[in-house]
Design a protein around this ligand. Sequence first.
Ligand SMILES: *[C@@H]1O[C@H](CO)[C@@H](O)[C@H](O)[C@H]1NC(C)=O
Ligand SMILES: *[C@@H]1O[C@H](CO)[C@@H](O)[C@H](O)[C@H]1NC(C)=O
Length: 396
Amino acid sequence: MALFLPLLCLLSTLSYAHTSSLTLPVTKDDATLQYLTTLSYGTPAEAAKFVLDLGASLLWVDCASRATPSSSLNPIFLRSIRCLTAKTPEIETQAWLYSLGSPDQDQACQIPAENSITGKRVSEGDLVEDLVHPSHQLLLTCAPTLLLNGLAAGAKGMLGLDRSRTSFSSQLFHSLGTQRKITFCLSSSSGLLQFGNVAHHSLRSLTFTPLLANQDQTYPSINVNSVKIGGKKVSFSGGAAQLSTVVPYTTLQSSIYENFSSAYLKAALSLNMTQVAPVAPFGLCFGSGGVGSSEVGPSVPVIDLVLQSEMVKWSIYGRNSMVRVNDDVMCLGFVDGGQNPRNPIVIGGYQLEDVLVQFDFDTSMVGFSSSLLSRQTSCADFKSASMPATQSVSPW
Ligand SMILES: *[C@@H]1O[C@H](CO)[C@@H](O)[C@H](O)[C@H]1NC(C)=O
Ligand SMILES: *[C@@H]1O[C@H](CO)[C@@H](O)[C@H](O)[C@H]1NC(C)=O
């Protein structure tokens, strides 16, 4: 009997692992550089594409775009606790309490929805509950069709993955009964997004840094102590860096960008790279002739984001720093964000591609891998390796 016990434990651990994660595919739209995932919702189930936003909360969708209205959709009423919870970040508690006295008991719960690509915000999103496949009852916001302007062709809404209680991810963790972990791998072709417990050997080699807790905002950010280019320190006093999937290239406040690009230019010239006229939106471009390459892209100066100590750094190689604009020219994929951006440093999608990133909201840490290309792997390999967990929960 005793012999069977470990086996039983193993089996139950495995079946737990099978049901406690959800894997979604991630693609990149070439025209807008947005990252999209596909989700089926409602009854009958209809698949729709959503633009990913690590820094937003709710899932909002243009419900009117469905071929058939969903029969499983339930309205959320203004006087419900769930409405209050969803509204909390907006501090509309007073208005909510006041509305309880309203004679209209079936008033819908309206919460704002934002297109974080264009900054357009509407106040008249209807909070509803519906089935998100395969088996999750989640809150979502039905937003007006006009909010889709600026999203990739075919996208029907946005998927928010922040830490707030009603974000898509928080609701999903609750529904899966799992650890609050988001693991993603962005790619120019075939990436993925996983929620919950995932077991994969690549995750053992992640480097972790604390996820900063910002009081009023929930977007994920990390602390960058210093920056090195080609091993030399850039004059920069350090600060918080937001990780974003809606910003295509890392964006730096002008004063940071100036020091960063001049240090980069110096390092590039010392490697005999040739500076050429810049191509918008980039400020620093080089001739690609004569520049060697390796599995991590063109052989250009390495950018190190030094995190909580000199030992912990996020190294960015050619694949993630240089953008090929044509056969002869490549540009530094970091852009000037102007004098007063909302955040001085935003690490964008291009720098996150072919890197495994894991947010662990239980421990408030972010794990990241080195470029997967340096290990001759890619997001696609991670996806096929984690298939067993996928099959039980992703029937589409
Ligand atoms: C840029 O470099 C100058 C000169 O080294 C320095 O005084 C300044 O503080 C730097 N700017 C930032 C934003 O760190
Ligand atoms: C750059 O070019 C100079 C002159 O041609 C040469 O001496 C030097 O070794 C080159 N440096 C690199 C890093 O290739």
